[in-house]
Design a protein around this ligand. Sequence first.
Ligand code: CA
Length: 200
Amino acid sequence: MGKLQAGLQELNVRFTKDMGKLQAGLQELNVRFTKDTGKQQAGMEELNVRLTEEVGKLPARVQKLQAPCPGWYKMGNGICYKAFRIEKTFSDAAETCRKDGGTLVMPRDVDTNEFLVSLHNNHDYERYWIGLHDQREEGKFEWVDGSALGDFNHWAPGEPDGSGDCVYSDTDQKYGQWLNGPCSSEFHFFCQVALAKGNP
Ligand SMILES: [Ca+2]
């Protein structure tokens, strides 16, 4: 019985030592785990900050995709158009469009012409220069980019009557019909600008 008791006591001592080592090991693991968790939390917080920043930029990006035209220009048929409410002579109006990177409008089809009419949103009697004229040769109308008038036109009845070399659109009473008049007259005007490269 004496030997057995001595053996049991030794086992007990070893077991206690081993338990001590095990506890120390567990404690170390716990310390490491806490550190790692701290790092992970810091990482998550950084990620969250970055995500919040990116999400904050989204509305501006979406707006740019939806409205790729310069300020106040509206897109129709892949081109940007704007109705200017100030009144200028034909050449001053053309210069204003050039400064915006474009030209006076060249409505070469009925859809574009109707879109222009829709751009002016009150119902007063108004006249808008378009980019059409016969300044080089009387009766031979051409667009401001030098191209010929082509098949589509929207002359008002009796026009062009030779009363001037520049063409304006009557946006109200005659639903966008064209008339010629003196280039020195001061009317509103429409500009067009091509979409910036890189935009969809
Ligand atoms: Ca003329």
